[in-house]
Design a protein around this ligand. Structure first.
Ligand code: PLP
Length: 401
């Protein structure tokens, strides 16, 4: 297939090439048909393996049984049902001690929609958005689709943020910054101290360039943290902040497409930015997020699927890989391990891993060369069965060396 002028060039290019993750995910399906699903170790995609909590099913049945079908399947307000937004706002206020009102909440079809709407709401053509590697691969697509330019800050060795480089990169054309914590793919969780330092830099630079620099936090993994980790709530640190939230991972509902945007009420321009978000949602056709699931999540705020299973998977995989000689930083959250490939070229390493039916994602598209992502949101049993293959893969490289 080749581009011709009958359709949009950028969209055609995006649609006719798959993301590297999808590519491997599709390969896994074909391979499973050939040699049996149980013989393929597919670590490619971040699809939660833990079912949604039982309460999700109960609430759904209750909502379907007890709501007038005309209302149930009808449109809500473009920005989402008022009562749902009120419940979310009071949940945020009481849980994070962060003032929030229904007028600051916009219901969306998941974090991807939250991000695309927020970026469309903020960006004028050619303005820059900064993010930190490793980063979710779609940021580049989302930023460029809104006419922006994505600037990437490489990480420190432990995947913490290089704030010196960050400060140097901000210029008079910087409009927004995206951070993602807990992080996909590194599993890093940024501490309150880091967020405070980052906020100080942004305040200083906003003053220097006499413009608002917005901080967008991408938070589909907020609740997926292990041990005593805490994820700071950004509106408590920086006024020009926007939270892009999703229930895809916390409640294991990625197929239902439900999330929200929360604009900090402390933002001076919060009414204007909220209006722009409503306009962006309208322009993108993202009005009225799925109504059944708006109602559902309003009754499940604060609940999560059984995260202890991901914690167990993390420990089994991390300990085994360290034992076999792989290098990786222990993740504090999300459900990914970001492991150093056993050769410089991570793509080649992933090809070699395929010999052992291990399907891993090269880190290049996340902005880090020489790493691979392993999504451990799979069954614990599959992780246990995959360990001999990881061991053999390490041995192959050891004998080569
Ligand atoms: N942001 C990050 C960091 C993600 O990992 C994902 C999905 O995996 C998304 C956004 C998109 O989430 P959603 O399915 O809620 O649109």
């Amino acid at each position: 297939m080749e581009y011709n002028k009958n359709f949009n060039e950028v969209s055609f290019k995006l649609g006719s090439t798959r993301s590297v993750i999808r590519e491997i995910f599709e390969y896994a399906k074909i391979r499973s048909e050939k040699i049996g699903k149980e013989n393929v170790f597919d670590f490619s995609i971040g699809n939660p393996s833990v079912p949604a909590p039982e309460n999700v099913k109960k609430k759904l049945i209750d909502i379907i049984s007890n709501t007038d079908p005309v209302v149930l399947h009808g449109y809500s307000s473009a920005q989402g049902d008022l009562q749902v937004r009120q419940k979310i706002a009071s949940y945020i206020t009481s849980t994070y001690n962060a003032e929030m009102t229904a007028d600051n909440i916009y219901m969306t079809c998941g974090a991807a929609a939250s991000l695309t709407i927020s970026l469309r709401a903020l960006l004028n053509s050619g303005e820059e958005v900064i993010t930190f590697a490793p980063y979710f691969t779609e940021y580049k697509v989302f930023v460029e689709a809104s006419g922006g330019v994505l600037k990437i800050i490489p990480p420190n060795d432990d995947f913490s943020l290089d704030l010196k480089k960050f400060a140097e990169t901000i210029n008079e054309n910087t409009k927004a910054v995206i951070i993602n914590s807990p992080n996909n793919p590194s599993g890093a969780v940024y501490s309150a101290k880091t967020i405070e330092e980052l906020s100080n830099i942004l305040r200083e630079k906003s003053e220097l360039y006499d413009r608002h620099i917005f901080l967008i936090t991408d938070e589909p993994y907020r609740e997926l943290v292990y041990g005593n980790e805490e994820v700071p709530y950004i509106t408590n640190y920086y006024d020009d902040s926007i939270v892009c939230y999703s229930f895809s991972k916390s409640l294991s509902l990625p197929g239902e497409r439900i999330g929200y945007i929360a604009v900090s009420p402390k933002m001076k321009l919060n009414k204007e930015v909220y209006a722009s978000i409503c306009g962006a949602g309208r322009a993108l056709g993202y009005v009225c997020a799925p109504v059944l699931f708006q109602r559902l999540i309003a009754g499940c705020l604060g609940e999560t699927s059984d995260i202890s299973i991901y914690a167990k998977n993390r420990d089994i995989l991390y300990n085994a890989l360290k034992n076999y000689g792989y290098e990786c930083v222990k993740p504090s959250g999300a459900f990914y391990l970001f492991v150093k490939a056993l050769e410089d070229d991570a793509k080649k390493f992933c090809e070699t891993a395929k010999k052992y039916e291990l399907l891993l994602v090269p880190g290049d598209d996340f902005g880090c060369h020489g790493y691979v992502r392993i999504a451990y949101c799979v069954s614990t049993e599959m992780i246990e069965r995959s360990l001999p293959s990881f061991k053999k893969l390490a041995e192959e490289y050891r004998t080569k060396a």
